[in-house]
Design a protein around this ligand. Structure first.
Ligand code: SF4
Ligand code: SF4
Length: 401
């Protein structure tokens, strides 16, 4: 087994190992704890990293640290399990009184673990699939247009000359249960008078699942392919309904490439809040609750725009779950946990779904294809007819139930 290389951690990451006061504030908010396990909290991961760093290199304390760390080896497999069972939900960073940037730390740790061949096997298989096909489903590039099958009159969707480029994302492009989302968004955008383009077979995975799995080089290679296609379109605006694609294109691509992407990148919620007017009323009065996706809420601070849009739909009543906005529970769909520990991801989704039920809502609305999928699966397991819709679906044709 290769040794863990601490040069994957930035100076700030390393300083944060000592900055952690072991106060435990991050423990109760961790969704892994809510799902009945306690091995993957920020508290545990930081303690493991600090102990191993001291044992190997002395940490910040040099020879004294080596002395303190002597004989305190942490099993690298335990570190890998703790690291990859984390959904990267950001809740620990939200409550940490000394403001440790845990998200940055977790990503650095995953690069360290992947370099030591300690990433879960399923993640390595997904990386191989993406390298072979350009998408997480292992499908031919032409299947990127599958979501448009049987849709009437989509008009010209050529990327060149479009007002807005719709970056559809792997999940919405390739998985039939998610097709309603991009279809609804296309309808909404065209209804606003925009000429919408899609990259189709030219679009590849944004790189998010590989980057958060610790495989930065492969993620950057994917970014280069997307950036070339996006720039070639000449579109001034890119819109996506996936918070992970959004975070990657908007914030990480410029970092990875060392230059601005060019066009502005927005999440669908931002574009709709800016431009949508005269929203269609619901077919009947409907009580809904909004689930904050971690990558849109805690990571990007977008809490009110989707709620404002829902309040503008005549006939909808918005009720809040006990944990909402920055305190929202994670649905379990993030962090690649589903690849390594599907049963753990499901336990988190079940807990969030139960909280939604407590509101008496007849439907859940969110703004993420992965959250939609996780919560709908939880409804099926609970045998409850409380569906989850993406916001775009709710705004296009508020369901009748
Ligand atoms: S909340 Fe912050 S300081 Fe407290 S144990 Fe967790 S990571 Fe450490
Ligand atoms: S990011 Fe979320 S899942 Fe990961 S340790 Fe922090 S609170 Fe727990």
């Amino acid at each position: 087994m290769k040794p863990l290389d601490f040069s994957h951690l930035s100076l700030r990451d390393l300083v944060s190992l000592d900055a952690c006061t072991r106060c435990g504030e991050c423990i109760p908010v961790c969704p892994i704890v809510g799902a009945g396990e306690d091995h993957a909290t920020a508290f545990v991961k930081i303690d493991q990293l600090q102990r191993e760093w001291r044992r190997q290199d002395g940490g910040m304390l040099g020879p004294l640290g080596r002395l303190l760390g002597r004989g305190r080896r942490v099993d690298p497999q335990d570190m890998a399990a703790a690291s990859y069972d984390c959904t990267l939900c950001g809740h620990c960073a939200q409550v940490c009184p000394v403001h440790i940037d845990t998200h940055h730390l977790w990503l650095s740790q995953r690069r360290q673990l992947a370099a030591a061949d300690l990433a879960p096997g399923n993640l390595q298989a997904t990386a191989a699939t993406v390298a072979r096909t350009g998408n997480i489903g292992g499908r031919p590039a032409e299947d990127r247009m599958a979501w448009l099958a049987n849709v009437d009159a989509t008009g010209d969707l050529a990327p060149r000359g479009a007002d807005v480029l719709l970056f559809v994302g792997c999940l919405s492009s390739l998985y039939p249960q998610a097709f309603a989302l991009p279809r609804a968004l296309l309808t909404l955008l065209q209804g606003l008078g925009l000429r919408v383009g899609v990259l189709g077979p030219e679009e590849v995975c944004c790189g998010f699942p590989l980057y958060i799995g610790g495989r930065a080089d492969e993620a950057v290679a994917l970014a280069r392919r997307n950036v070339e296609a996006i720039r070639a379109s000449g579109a001034p605006l890119v819109v996506t309904s996936c918070p992970s694609c959004y975070q990657t294109l908007r914030h990480w691509y410029p970092d990875w490439l060392g230059e601005p992407l060019g066009p502005r990148v927005v999440h669908a919620v931002e574009l709709l809040a800016e431009r949508a007017d005269g929203l269609r009323p619901a077919a009947r009065p409907l009580r809904v609750t909004y689930h904050d996706p971690c990558d849109l809420g805690r990571r990007q601070g977008i809490y009110e725009l989707p709620r404002d849009l829902l309040r503008r739909v005549p006939g909808l009543e918005l009720v809040e779950m006990a944990a909402n906005r920055e305190n929202a529970l994670c649905c379990g769909g993030g962090g690649d946990v589903e690849m390594a520990r599907p049963e753990l991801a499901q336990a988190m989704a079940d807990r969030r779904f139960a909280q939604a039920l407590e509101t008496g809502a007849e439907a859940i609305v969110t703004a993420c294809p992965q959250c939609t999928r996780a919560l709908n699966a939880a409804a099926r397991r609970a045998r409850r007819r409380v569906p989850t819709y993406d916001l775009a679906e709710m705004l296009t044709a508020p369901p009748e139930h």
